[in-house]
Design a protein around this ligand. Structure first.
Ligand code: COI
Length: 366
């Protein structure tokens, strides 16, 4: 697919009638995850032969789509998730938007969609955080969650890559992803369903992968668990990831392990940060396959002392219990472990500007 490097300017149209201050303050007091939306959004259109055009930062509102719009039929869609934070000096910053921009383009290539210039992706996110900074929630652990995404907008029913697309960024005032409030989450091993197969779209951040995870997630929740854990499609033995989060294992010798990247695992930005931070602490991190039966045996013998899930939305979430039809095991004390807490604090301190950003991960919004 043609990549157009031309970068249109963002036209800024401030909302003429934004949510009142009193209403906004009430909404962001306890925003939940992904349901308290800000006043503005970014829209940029792509037309084959013309490239990216009509870039606007304007009032948030509904879309009008022809019923034949390609994304509605064949799910040609990709998205990202990243966060904006308020630093100690009151200024706003984004965390690693360049990494999200690169992954977005990797997803675009897999889904036969046009790539967006990285600078345009970053500027779209920056401008939205800037204009909607007052939506930053005061609650502990709060952030402005950004959702950049792209859909195929050409109206046609043939199965081929579309020639018109819409890129958008919306923002949500956001608290914790898991609403259970429990100190650690419990997981259900998906017995019948796989998230991804070799050669498929597992490494792309596309809506279809998440659609496929909904039945197993619902199954997990019906059985009283918070999330599902997926195994590989070939042997149904090797641990891959949760429904939207990567997974880490901590052993009694202080080493850490996480499944290696492949075309069936999402290349998580938080995963990448945690590997870097752990290695800086002098810890050994193995990116190697880990089997579900080994996880069970190691947890029972005490060789495995902690496990955690990670992602932009979930940040670092301790895993306390894992269940499958034939077995169930508790990890460590069933609550947050020391290493999990330490790595989480290291990450959050950098995100919030409390610890120095030696990696260039924090992007000032201005
Ligand atoms: C994120 O962590 O940003 C995701 O996109 C995953 C989803 C569970 C919200």
């Amino acid at each position: 697919m043609m990549t157009d490097a031309a970068m249109p300017e963002l036209l800024r149209i401030p909302h003429p009638n934004p949510v009142s201050e009193a209403e906004r303050v009430a909404r962001i007091a306890d925003p939940g995850f992904g349901k308290t939306f800000t006043d503005h959004m970014v829209t940029i259109r792509y037309t084959e032969g013309q490239g990216w055009h009509d870039a606007t930062l304007g009032p948030r509102g509904p879309l009008t789509l022809d019923p034949a719009t390609a994304v509605l039929h064949y799910a040609q869609e990709i998205f990202e998730g990243l966060k904006g934070y308020r630093l100690g000096d009151g200024s706003m910053a984004m965390f690693r938007p360049d990494a999200n921009a690169r992954r977005f383009n990797a997803s675009a290539r897999r889904m036969a969609m046009p790539e967006l210039p990285e600078a345009l992706f970053i500027e779209s996110c920056r401008a939205l955080v800037d204009i909607d900074r007052d939506w930053f929630p005061s609650a502990e652990g709060g952030s402005l969650y950004l959702r950049p995404f792209m859909i195929a907008t050409e109206a046609f029913l043939g199965v081929r890559p579309a020639n018109e697309y819409l890129f958008m960024v919306i923002a949500a005032s956001t608290g914790n992803y898991f609403k259970s409030g429990a100190p650690a989450v419990s997981l259900w091993v998906s017995e019948h369903y796989n998230r991804a197969g070799p050669g498929g779209t597992g490494a792309a951040k596309c809506g279809g992968n998440y659609a496929a995870s909904l039945v197993p997630i619902a199954e997990a929740m019906q059985a009283g668990h918070d999330q599902v854990i997926f195994l590989d499609a070939k042997e149904h033995r090797w641990i891959e990831e949760l429904g939207g989060m990567n997974v880490f294992f901590v052993f009694d010798d202080g080493t850490i392990q996480t499944p290696p990247l492949s075309d069936t695992i999402l290349h998580g930005v938080t995963r990448d940060c945690l590997i870097a931070l752990a290695r800086e602490e002098g810890l050994t991190v193995r990116e190697e396959p880990y089997a579900i039966d080994q996880w069970r045996d190691d947890a029972r013998s005490g060789r495995l002392v902690e496990s955690f899930a990670c992602g932009t939305a979930a940040v670092v979430t301790p895993i306390g219990k894992v269940s499958a039809p034939e077995f169930s095991f508790v990890i460590g004390s069933g609550g947050p472990g020391q290493m999990t807490q330490k790595l989480k604090s290291r990450l959050i301190d950098i995100q919030r500007g409390v610890a120095p950003d030696t990696h260039g991960w924090v992007f000032p919004v201005g």
